[in-house]
Ligand binder design. Structure first.
Ligand SMILES: NC(=O)c1ccc[n+]([C@@H]2O[C@H](COP(=O)([O-])OP(=O)(O)OC[C@H]3O[C@@H](n4cnc5c(N)ncnc54)[C@H](OP(=O)(O)O)[C@@H]3O)[C@@H](O)[C@H]2O)c1
Length: 257
C-alpha cells in the first residue's frame, strides 16, 4: 500500500484500505472450523485479532506471558460475544523452556491448528539478555516465534491434510525491517552490548520475521504443503509497544490532545 492510500484510506485492489475495519474485511466469513493461536493476544493488535477471530466463531488460543492480562482479554472478548471460544495458555517467547512447555500444553489439548499468528513483540528496549543469553528483541520477536512455529508445524501440516483447509502462518513484521545494522542481521554479534542500537536491533528482528516467513513459505510450497506463510507490516498504531520510546509516546499523546 502506497503512502497516499495509507493516509487517505483509499481502497486497494482487494477493495479494502487502511480505513477498513476488521469487521468489514471479515464480513461473511464463518471460521467455526478453525483453531487459531495468537501470540501476544492480550493487548494491542493481538487482542483485536483475537476478538475478530472469535467473533467469526474461530476457537482462539491467547498465548501470553502475563496470565492476568490474558484472562482479562478473554473476559473482554466474552463480554462482547458470550459464545466466543477463547482459551488462555502461558507463553514467554524469550524463553526456550517456556516455548516448549506452551507447545506441550497445546498438543495436550488435542485440537487442530489452522492459524498461527506470530504477533507478540517488544520494541526499542535497552540492551538485555534473555534467560537463554540472547539479546531480548531478537529472542522475543524472532527466535521465540521461529521455535514455536517449528514445534507446531507438524500439527499444522496434519490439520491442513486431514481437513483440506489451507493453514495460515502470519508473522507480524514492521516497516522498521529496513532500518537494521550495516550488514542487515549481525549474526556473529547478536548478543553484543557494544554498538547495540535499540532501533537497529528491533529492525533486525523484524527483518528476521520476514526472512523466516519467506523461507518457510518456499519450503512448504516445495513440499506441496497446504499452508501459506506471510509477513505483514500492520501500519502505525498506538499500542503499549511504544512504551520504550519517550519520543513516540510524546508524539502520540500530543496527537490525542
Ligand atoms: N503498533 C505498531 O504501530 C506496530 C507497527 C509495526 C509492527 N508492529 C508489530 O505488531 C506486533 C504487535 O504489536 P502491538 O503494537 O500490538 O504491541 P503490544 O500491544 O505491546 O503487544 C505486544 C504483545 O506481545 C507480548 N509480549 C512481549 N514480549 C513477550 C514475550 N516474551 N512472550 C510473550 N508475549 C510477549 C506483550 O505482552 P506484555 O504485555 O506481557 O508485554 C503484548 O501482549 C509486534 O510484533 C510489533 O512489532 C506494531
Amino acid at each position: 500500500m502506497g503512502f497516499f492510500s495509507l493516509v487517505t484510506g483509499r481502497p486497494g485492489a482487494s477493495g479494502f484500505g487502511s480505513a477498513s475495519t476488521a469487521e468489514q474485511v471479515t464480513e461473511g466469513i464463518d471460521a467455526k472450523n478453525l483453531t487459531a493461536i495468537v501470540t501476544g493476544g492480550a493487548s494491542g493488535i493481538g487482542l483485536e485479532t483475537a476478538k475478530i477471530l472469535a467473533l467469526r466463531r474461530a476457537h482462539v488460543i491467547i498465548a501470553a506471558r502475563n496470565i492476568g492480562a490474558a484472562n482479562k482479554a478473554k473476559q473482554i472478548i466474552l463480554e462482547e460475544n458470550e459464545k466466543a471460544r477463547v482459551d488462555v495458555l502461558i507463553l514467554d517467547l524469550c524463553s526456550v523452556k517456556s516455548v516448549r512447555a506452551f507447545v506441550d500444553s497445546f498438543i495436550a489439548l488435542d485440537l487442530p491448528l489452522n492459524l498461527l499468528i506470530n504477533n507478540a513483540g517488544v520494541m526499542f528496549c535497552p540492551h538485555r539478555l534473555s534467560e537463554d543469553g540472547i539479546e531480548m528483541q531478537f529472542a522475543t520477536n524472532h527466535l521465540g516465534h521461529f521455535l514455536l512455529t517449528n514445534l507446531l508445524l507438524e500439527k499444522m501440516k496434519n490439520t491442513a491434510k486431514t481437513t483440506g483447509i489451507e493453514g495460515r502462518i502470519v508473522n507480524l513484521s514492521s516497516i522498521a525491517h529496513v532500518h537494521t545494522y550495516g550488514n542487515g542481521i549481525r549474526f556473529d554479534r547478536i548478543n553484543e552490548r557494544s554498538g547495540y542500537s535499540d532501533k537497529r536491533a528491533y529492525g533486525q528482528s523484524k527483518l528476521a520475521n520476514i526472512l523466516h516467513a519467506n523461507e518457510l513459505s518456499r519450503r512448504l510450497q516445495a513440499e506441496g504443503v497446504n499452508i501459506t506463510v506471510n509477513s505483514v507490516h500492520p501500519g502505525i498504531i498506538m499500542t503499549p509497544l511504544m512504551r520504550h520510546s519517550a519520543f513516540l509516546m510524546s508524539i502520540f499523546h500530543s496527537e490525542k490532545l
